[in-house]
Design a protein around this ligand. Structure first.
Ligand SMILES: C[S@@+](CC[C@H](N)C(=O)[O-])C[C@H]1O[C@@H](n2cnc3c(N)ncnc32)[C@H](O)[C@@H]1O
Ligand code: SF4
Length: 356
């Protein structure tokens, strides 16, 4: 029988595990300390739990951490890891799946871009993960393991949920992972170190904002319904005007930051008229905009705008009260940049590499 992961469990759940096996509830607190405080890899390392209790625990549970099976190094220092994931598959009879995780060192910061799904259902026109299609939801253990088992874990300053998948589509597991990252019994990180990026999904985005204090990033990419619906099918479920109206109800002026991501496509969303629409749409909202260069993917009739237009757009938006930056692309040479992650052909390639 497949053992259950303790990694990814909240304190209350760890206490339930303990009591269900006839141990005192405080053993759950000890487990939390060993896992989230000391990063142990086996139950046997939890030495303040009696040997008999450790053995009983190990009959049905494991810590649940797994090292990455591949790492690709970019010339700019970015590293792309390939992690096996359990996903929410019910048993071991199905093949193991994989996700990519990107480590991005930058002067005094080191950001990890984590995945929350294998592939994605949202099928945005410009995204390689969308082309992969949806293959499974990551468990909270899968999400956290990308941090737990990262060789550079001690250097991390920030985590962004901007890898494969749409966080609102796997909200329970995403919320569980952010709770564990920020709780006192868990990693005790400030929520200001975590940003969750979303296309916006009705009801789910509201729940996320209310149940988490992490920064919010919205993939905007078009300032009106018609154009956004052409680029992003999710727009039909939650139009951008509704997303913005929802966001107006919350405080983004203090601890928590709201940003919008805008890939600038040549001749599609980069004209002065689009710039004016962006200003109108976001008027009065405390937010910033990150302009992103389009990372070309095959068979898509889109191309990035030129540098001059990108800078003009940045300057127009900033002059009209929306602080705007142009995001540096990282790890393009190893296909680690935004929207290029895909694990559909990965396993064959790994086997080929191992055989050589
Ligand atoms: C891959 S998504 C994952 C998070 C979430 N699903 C979302 O769309 O916000 C992270 C960011 O990458 C952007 N992105 C997707 N494809 C891209 C591409 N080909 N070039 C540049 N950015 C891209 C997305 O729009 C989003 O802002
Ligand atoms: S941009 Fe985000 S939501 Fe759209 S397909 Fe890619 S991962 Fe999914």
């Amino acid at each position: 029988m497949k053992k259950k992961s303790l990694l990814g469990m909240t304190l209350a759940e760890l206490k339930d595990v303990a009591t269900s096996l006839g141990m005192p509830a405080f053993t759950g607190g000890q487990m939390a300390k060993w896992i989230y405080g000391n990063h142990v890899r086996t139950i046997d390392e939890m030495t303040n739990i009696s040997k008999a209790n450790r053995a009983r625990l190990a009959e049905s549970y494991e810590v649940g951490c797994t090292a990455p099976i591949d790492a690709q190094h970019s010339k700019d220092g970015t590293i792309k890891y390939l992690f096996p994931v359990q996903t929410t598959r019910p048993d071991d009879s199905q093949p193991v799946k994989f996700v990519e995780t990107v480590y991005i060192p930058d002067d005094d910061r080191a950001t990890l871009c984590v995945s929350c799904e294998v592939g994605c259902k949202m099928n945005c026109l410009f995204c390689q993960t969308g082309k992969q299609g949806f293959e499974g939801y990551l468990t909270a253990a899968d999400i956290l393991n990308q941090i737990y088992s990262l060789p550079e874990v001690d250097k991390l300053t920030n985590v962004v949920y901007m890898g494969q998948g749409e966080p609102m589509d796997n909200l329970d597991n995403v919320l569980r992972s952010t709770e564990i990252l920020t709780a006192d019994y868990g990693w005790a990180w400030s929520p200001k170190r975590i940003t969750v990026s979303s296309v916006g999904i009705k009801d789910k985005l509201k729940r996320f904002i209310e149940e988490s204090d992490c920064h919010v990033a919205i993939s905007l990419h078009a300032p009106n319904h018609e154009l956004r619906a052409e680029l992003m099918p999710a727009e039909k479920g939650m139009p951008i005007e509704d997303i913005v109206e929802l966001l107006r109800n919350y405080d983004f002026a203090h601890q928590r930051r709201l940003s919008f991501e805008y890939i600038v496509f040549g001749g599609v969303n980069d004209t002065p008229a689009h710039a004016r629409q962006i200003v109108k749409l976001l008027k009065g909202l405390d937010c910033r905009i990150n302009l992103i260069r389009f990372h070309q993917i095959p068979d898509v009739p889109l191309h990035g705008t030129d540098e001059r237009k990108m800078e003009e757009l940045r300057d127009y938006l900033t002059a009209h009260g929306i602080f705007t930056t142009i995001r540096a692309s990282r790890g393009q040479d190893i296909f680690a940049a935004c929207g290029l992650l895909s694990t559909s052909k990965k396993i064959g390639a790994i086997r080929h590499k191992e055989e050589r």
